[in-house]
Design a protein around this ligand. Structure first.
Ligand SMILES: C[S@@+](CC[C@H](N)C(=O)[O-])C[C@H]1O[C@@H](n2cnc3c(N)ncnc32)[C@H](O)[C@@H]1O
Length: 192
């Protein structure tokens, strides 16, 4: 299947186990999740079902055909309008590479765990923000875009480090990357 094909929950089991193992589960209240690419909520409904734990999920989505309750609109805008310190988890289960959203979350007052799905397109192009922040020479951008694409995961990790992320837990399959990291001082459990 080409990496650009939009399948809402390819590798659902991987996403679910990563969230069960690495969410900062509170002892005496539900886990508060801001689900920025909410879709139909399949990931967190499986997390709840399999873990048996309590989750209070706030979904965002820009789809106009979505019947489930959600905050409607572009998540980059909504992320800048909400008080992110209200949440334990921010979920960025994107179709592409959600660099702008990662940037907003890291530079906010959020304190917790961020889960990310980052999928390189079939051509492997990286978002402008990453290319610009890593200061690729113009010659490489123009003459060797496929080199940038081939090393996409390395560059994405380099960019996360540049953004201040010191440790990630991840699973990668071809050009699909599932990972999580903590922002500020919340403690994430080590994955196997
Ligand atoms: C991979 S699916 C998410 C699946 C979802 N996590 C679940 O558990 O069912 C991505 C969703 O993000 C939404 N989306 C994509 N870009 C968005 C944006 N900029 N703002 C808000 N929603 C967006 C799409 O409409 C789609 O429903």
């Amino acid at each position: 299947m080409p990496a650009t094909k939009k399948t809402d929950n390819h590798h659902l089991a991987d996403k679910v186990m990563m969230r069960i193992k690495n969410s900062p589960w509170p002892n005496n209240r539900p886990l508060k999740v801001l689900d920025c690419f909410g879709g139909k909520g399949a990931v967190w409904s499986s997390v709840k079902k399999i873990s048996g734990k309590s989750v209070e999920r706030t979904p965002i989505d820009k789809r106009i055909d979505l019947m489930q309750f959600h905050i409607h609109g572009d998540n980059s805008r909504i992320l800048t309008e909400l008080d992110l310190s209200d949440y334990d988890v921010i979920d960025l289960d994107a179709y592409g590479i959600p660099a702008d959203q990662i940037d907003i979350v890291i530079n906010s007052n959020f304190n917790g765990v961020v889960f990310v799905t980052a999928i390189q397109t079939i051509h492997g192009a990286l978002p402008h923000k990453i290319i610009d922040d890593l200061k690729f020479p113009e010659s490489i951008k123009e003459s060797a875009p496929s080199l940038v694409a081939r090393r996409g995961w390395d560059y994405l990790k380099e960019w996360l480090f540049f953004m201040g992320v010191k440790k990630i837990i991840h699973r990668s399959k071809n050009r699909k990357h599932y990972f999580c990291f903590t922002v500020n001082d919340a403690a994430a459990r080590e994955a196997d």
